[in-house]
Design a protein around this ligand. Structure first.
Ligand SMILES: Nc1ncnc2c1ncn2[C@@H]1O[C@H](COP(=O)(O)OP(=O)(O)O)[C@@H](O)[C@H]1O
Ligand SMILES: [Mg+2]
Length: 349
């Protein structure tokens, strides 16, 4: 479902603002610091129930204020996120939603941003976060299993730090972990299989080159070996006083024509691999939920040359809602019809 309107109250630099979007192409223009990214971020907050720019929700509240509010309307529903210093509340059509899993992915958006490039050099934990967020948007079982697994993991690690370990309790925790691990592995495997079905095609479409891109999932073990691996790790877990085996160590890496991406690709090529990865992600979401995500392109087009810009825009299906930000419309090579949203510098902040 496309975003029709957004109302922001005391959110980031916005006091009380209203934005209206076209169901197809939108371009937000404004100088640096005028709040372009803040608008896209507010859509992501509704999509994922949290920001990608901060782990502290209170950062989203306009300085000096008590709470922030985002109201996002699609043609058939109203989504509201109210953030105060202690936490946040989620509403759909004015009814309070108690479980995050019932809110995540209702509005489905994919953000392309320059700092995505960090994915290739970030820690495995950061890379996993991206997968966890996307899979959570389309699989409630995944969100629930992941939450349960993380809570069991905490319990297990706490137990492993004790001087005298309660063996019975440890056994119960480990037994409860196994089915969660299997669901997590299974969903992540599916995720990478679908990404690999599409990523090379998109890379070729954007770059005009015929390189093969592969994302390899470095998983903790095969699904059928989970119980054995938990047993095998017992001694090591005790030695290190934490859980050494499990999907909380999973990672993935990118290859281009058989070579590790970081070792051969130029900055420009990496950028295009990432864009291809995001498009493959869109296909994954479409495949899993039959929803076409909203495409948010934050300052990304002006980093590409005109030819690649045009290719990228042509890949996006016509029925997709797209919101592009840029400092100047002159840097963009856009042939399609679009709605222009111009942000003025703020005088009242
Ligand atoms: N909690 C907040 N309260 C008030 N202003 C904020 C808050 N968080 C960020 N800002 C302001 O938002 C502006 C940055 O907005 P941003 O969307 O990143 O700009 P752009 O993408 O247009 O360059 C900055 O001026 C920053 O000071
Ligand atoms: Mg910005």
């Amino acid at each position: 479902m496309p975003v029709r309107t957004i109302r922001l109250s005391d959110y980031r630099n916005y006091k009380r603002n209203f934005f209206e979007f076209d169901p197809h192409l939108n371009i937000i223009i404004g100088k640096n610091g005028t709040g372009k990214t803040n608008i896209l971020e507010s859509i992501i907050v509704v999509s994922n129930t949290k920001s990608y720019r901060t782990n502290n929700d209170a950062d989203l509240i306009r300085k000096g204020q008590e709470y922030a509010r985002i109201i996002l309307n699609t043609p058939d529903k109203e989504y509201k996120v109210v953030i105060n210093k202690k936490g946040k509340s989620l509403y759909i059509d004015n009814s309070l939603v108690k479980r995050t899993s019932q809110f995540i992915g209702e509005v489905n958006a994919i953000l392309f941003k320059p700092s995505d490039l960090e994915l290739f050099t970030q820690s495995p934990g950061e890379r996993r976060k991206l997968v966890d967020i996307e899979v959570s948007k389309v699989s409630k079982t995944y969100v629930q299993s992941l939450l349960r697994y993380n809570s069991l993991l905490k319990d297990k690690n706490r137990l492993l730090k004790e001087l005298e370990i309660d063996e019975l309790l440890l056994g119960v925790i480990e037994e409860s972990m196994a089915p969660m691990i299997k669901i997590i592995l299974d969903e992540r495997k599916k995720f990478f299989a679908i990404i690999n079905r599409h990523i090379s095609d998109y890379y070729q479409l954007i770059s005009g080159k015929d390189s093969e891109i592969l994302v390899t999932y470095k998983k903790c073990c095969e699904i059928e070996d989970v119980e054995d691996k938990i047993q095998d790790a017992k001694e090591k877990d005790r030695y290190y006083h934490y859980t050494t085996f499990g999907p909380h160590h999973d990672d993935y890496s990118f290859y281009m024509d058989g070579y590790e991406l970081n070792s051969i690709a130029s900055q420009g090529q990496k950028r295009m691999v990432l864009i291809a990865f995001k498009f493959a992600l869109m296909r994954y979401i479409q495949y899993m939920s039959s929803v076409t995500p909203i495409v948010l392109l934050d300052d990304i087009l002006s980093e590409l040359d005109k030819e690649n810009q045009e290719r990228l825009l042509n890949i996006i299906p016509d029925d997709t809602q797209v919101i592009i930000t840029n400092t100047d419309i002159k840097n963009l090579n856009i042939q399609k019809k679009y709605k222009l949203i111009e942000l003025k510098e703020e005088y009242d902040v």
